[in-house]
Design a protein around this ligand. Structure first.
Ligand code: ADP
Ligand code: MG
Ligand code: MG
Length: 650
């Protein structure tokens, strides 16, 4: 999740969150219009200063979210370790605070058992950069491991299988479902939320704005011995619990069940705003595909679920819409009916050629749209921002209400950074060297540095071929949304069918104005796209679709790449290829198999303490390279001993 206010220079430099006194929901609400109005002024100021910047170079960087675990070998138990804040502090002290060129940066995350790590500097435009990603990720793991005890570990699992189960934290805390708490959860104690007030304030304000507790219902996997219907009784549940739970579903009631999961993200800097808008649109269509390929979260609150990806869970976990906004009650007090959570897929394309595929109903703040148009923003960008700005700010600090709109962007970032969509269009921060960026956000984190590097490198290479060959993946956004639903289903990689554009080599103008669309605007017809399997989309199928990996391969053939880097890239692409074809398992599939093969498993869809212990131990061994896992990872091609060390520009 996004957690910094970008305008606060000090907080970026120090790597800390802006400190101050957070306002409660009633107070925050009073300033909502103020934040929106000044947020837009801040955006306009940035826009007009940097709209014509053209020559920014490719830069990119990954973000990996990590979990800390504590093993109790004697009792064969594993718990999440609530020492994230202390570890973070130590990592920053030893790292960026002593050396500005330190190779890693560490940031807080929602759970106090989580931290986020990124490279110290973004990567650049050379092929050789692809060969440093994995080493950097390894270094991050080592840095943290060094600070942990022998029975503790850092891992990259998307969702801790027993999150929210009895005594799942170390130290143990009992959840206290009281109104004055942050989550009011029956399962997730407030102590598992990062101690920085931003996180508990977010949690509490989302709940207060919504008017009731968060409710997440995930379908349970109906194994042979699961009762039908599957209904749980909660000893400390109340009327609200009874209303919120659904039969045959795993019920969760706190932000932590979503924001307490880990993900993998990549941010790219484009050379200009129009290139950023073009990439934003193109990558949006890829989100469901890569989400399914990265599926890694089949277990929730100690149960085997019937989904493979966390996206819907996290979406529900921060859904601050009122009942009226959700369309459950006639609209009396709320300004709009809002179709999606703040954490959801994008609702409009940004480039000119995306315009005709914008077929989702877009709720916009009319005043803000007007303010933007009068400020010189074109229709597509104005409606995008005016759509993000239908949301209220969720946290606000008393000290940060009146800002210098010409030089700060906290109010803009306040709304922008709590719109957690599949893609994010990121304007440069004020007075910085940073260019226009887009962030690719749908991926689940993988167990090993090798896999995480593979997904990151694949996505970065994809941006290179999109730009080099002027590819066009656009289909109506409603179809992308349908794909996103399919992507989260159990075994979507092998069984799901996804809408994808058939002819992606659309002849047309080069990317002068940000897209390669034809001039004569072909009518929208169903001939433009077809239902394809992930295998077809990624690996191609004779006469149907060329395949993303074959396109990347032909690009690579024309690039000068040193042998060692080429070998790494080929290994990464091989993983993606084989995951897509089903030859290798996704993490979700592998995790399911581990549980169903476990001698203790009783076909009741329960991940017991002991099963979880064995599973997490196994994951830890795999991540540390202490045991192979050919079904998940395959056998990488061995690397050549010598590298010619050439650095070639992409
Ligand atoms: P977020 O707002 O998503 O938390 P971060 O500031 O944590 O974003 O950065 C996300 C990634 O962007 C990091 O991997 C970082 O290295 C990378 N990054 C930093 N500067 C740039 C840049 N100018 N262009 C592209 N990526 C960048
Ligand atoms: Mg980040
Ligand atoms: Mg991010």
């Amino acid at each position: 999740m996004q957690e910094r206010s970008k305008g606060c220079k000090k907080s970026i430099v120090m790597g800390l969150l802006s400190e101050g006194s957070p306002l409660n929901w009633e107070e925050t609400k009073r300033y909502a219009d103020h934040v929106r109005k000044h947020g837009i002024i801040q955006f306009l100021n940035i826009y007009h200063k940097v709209k014509d910047r053209q020559k920014d170079v490719l830069k990119w960087g990954d973000e990996v979210e990590y979990m800390l675990l504590s093993f109790d070998h004697e009792h064969q138990k594993v718990q999440v370790l609530l020492h994230g804040e202390e570890i973070l502090h130590e990592l920053q002290n030893r790292g960026e605070k002593t050396n500005p060129n330190h190779p890693t940066l560490w940031r807080p995350e929602y759970g106090s058992y989580m931290i986020e790590g990124t490279p110290g500097q973004p990567y650049g435009g050379t092929m050789a950069d692809f060969n440093t990603v994995e080493a950097n990720m390894k270094f991050r793991r080592q840095e943290v491991s060094f600070l942990l005890k022998a029975n503790e570990t850092i891992c990259t699992i998307t969702a801790f299988p027993r999150l929210g189960c009895h005594q799942f934290t170390q130290p143990v805390y009992e959840p206290k479902p009281v109104e004055s708490g942050a989550s009011k959860s029956l399962f997730f104690p407030d102590e598992a939320i990062n101690k920085h007030p931003r996180f508990s304030t977010l949690t509490r304000n989302i709940r207060h704005r919504r008017g009731e507790k968060i409710a997440i219902n995930v379908p349970i996997y109906k194994d042979r011995c699961v009762s039908s219907p599957f209904v749980e009784k909660f000893v400390n549940g109340d009327g609200e619990t009874a209303r919120a739970t659904k039969p045959d579903h795993i019920y969760m009631d706190a932000m932590g069940f979503g924001m307490g999961n880990c993900c993998l993200q990549v941010t790219f800097q484009a050379c200009s705003i129009s290139e950023a808008r073009y990439l934003y649109d193109q990558l949006a269509t890829i989100c469901p595909i890569v989400m399914a390929l990265s599926a890694a979260s089949p277990f929730y609150r100690g149960y085997v679920s019937d989904i493979d990806c966390r996206w819907g869970v996290i979406s529900a976990s921060v859904d601050d819409r009122t009942r009226e906004e959700r369309g459950l009650e006639p609209r009396k007090h709320s300004k709009y009916r809002i179709s999606k959570s703040r954490y959801d897929s994008i609702d409009s394309y940004l480039s000119k050629c995306g315009e005709k595929y914008n077929d989702l109903e877009l709720t916009v703040d009319d005043e803000i749209y007007k303010q933007l148009r009068e400020g010189g923003i074109d229709h597509l960008l104005a409606q995008h921002i005016a759509h993000l700005f239908i949301r209220d700010p969720l946290t606000l600090y008393a000290e940060k209400i009146n800002l210098d709109d010409a030089n700060e962007s906290d109010h803009f970032e306040n709304i922008q950074s709590t719109n957690w969509q599949t893609m994010r269009f990121k304007p440069p921060p004020p007075n910085s060297e940073i260019g226009w960026r887009v962030e690719f956000r749908p991926m689940e984190v993988q167990l090993t540095d090798f896999e995480n590097s593979a997904y990151v490198v694949f996505v970065v290479l994809l941006t290179r071929v999109i730009l080099s060959y002027k590819l066009d993946f656009l289909i109506p956004l409603s179809k992308v949304d349908e794909n996103l639903i399919v992507a989260q289903k159990r075994d979507a990689v092998r069984q799901g069918m996804f809408y994808f554009r058939k002819d992606i080599y659309k002849a047309g103008n080069p990317v002068v104005d940000g897209c390669a669309c034809t001039q004569n605007g072909i009518d929208l017809d169903s001939e433009e796209y077809a239902l394809m399997s992930i295998d077809t989309i990624i690996n191609g199928k004779e006469g149907v679709f060329p395949g993303l990996i074959p396109i990347i391969n032909s690009y690579l053939e024309n690039m000068e790449v040193d042998v060692d880097t080429r070998c790494s890239i080929l290994n990464y692409l091989k993983l993606i290829r084989k995951r897509a074809s089903g030859e290798l398992m996704t993490a979700a599939c592998w995790l399911r198999k581990f549980v169903s093969d476990h001698p203790d498993y009783k076909q009741d869809s329960v991940v017991t303490e002991k099963i979880n212990y064995d599973l997490m131990m196994n994951c830890d061994q795999i991540a540390k390279g202490l045991c192979d896992c050919p079904k998940l990872i395959g056998v990488p091609i061995s690397k050549p001993k010598y590298s010619d060390g050439k650095h070639n520009t992409v």
